[in-house]
Write a protein that binds this ligand. Structure first.
Ligand code: FE2
Length: 237
């Protein structure tokens, strides 16, 4: 029987980091990211799940490699002062009005933002906050509502596309009975971080380099989110 050899996670991470540095940009980088995305969905355990030693080692290597690319950390969390009750209400009303026409995707529905969301995505206040969090970043003008409607909805560990390289995620609404679904961030492969966001709260992270997931919803649970993409300064050099 063939013997399985474990490659030390650190050296594999180094190799992956080098590959990420040298792969160039555009389509090559997107293809590599798509491959990594496939891999991490299988390798990264959701909280409470377990993986084999080999899977853990491979996932650690990927997370280590991605850190060559960006900090892979949560950059900001909170409810900014400009997130007034009126602004939150307007965004929620728009999300609700579009939800019936949202497109079904794996584990969620989505719909492009309309007047309110698009205005928010390029607003002076959000751009100013992003300038503090990630100097030189610019709005892409892309805003999208994401809906988790039903029990079992959720998104396994993944990486975002370049469009959402800097991901501003605003919680609009979260209804649940008990044991709510959390957002999960894999800043360190071994210790995923679970975040329960309140309506009006924002998290900002580099979705293309920080593996993240949405835990599966329970019966009677429902979530509406607005995601807004920003482009980091480094991406435009
Ligand atoms: Fe994502």
């Amino acid at each position: 029987m063939a013997e399985t050899h474990l490659v030390p996670a650190k050296s594999l991470g180094e190799a992956l980091g080098t590959l990420l540095q040298t792969v160039g940009s555009g389509a090559d980088l997107d293809n590599l990211r798509a491959l990594l995305c496939q891999a991490v969905s299988q390798l990264a355990p959701l909280p409470g799940e377990t993986r084999t030693k080999q899977q853990n080692a491979a996932f650690q290597a990927i997370v280590a490699g991605l850190k060559r690319f960006s900090s892979g950390r949560l950059l900001w969390r909170g409810r900014p002062s400009f997130m007034s009750a009126d602004l939150l209400r307007d965004l929620r009303v728009e999300a609700e009005s579009l939800s019936g026409r949202a497109t079904r995707a794996a584990g969620h529905h989505f719909h492009p933002g309309s007047i309110q969301a698009n205005a928010f995505s390029v607003s002076e206040q959000l751009t100013k906050l992003m300038e503090e969090v990630s100097p030189g970043s610019l709005p892409t003008g892309v805003a999208s509502f994401v809906y988790y409607f039903a029990a079992g909805d959720g998104i396994p560990p993944h990486l975002d596309t370049n469009m959402f390289s800097l991901n501003v995620l605003l919680m609009l609404e979260h209804c649940y009975v008990q044991h709510p679904s959390h957002l999960v961030l894999y800043e360190d492969a071994a210790e995923p971080r679970r975040l329960l966001l309140k309506p009006g709260e924002i998290v900002i992270f580099d979705g293309s380099a920080l593996v993240h997931a949405r835990e599966k919803l329970k019966e009677g649970e429902r979530i509406s989110i607005l995601t807004v993409g920003f482009s980091p300064k480094a991406a435009r050099l």
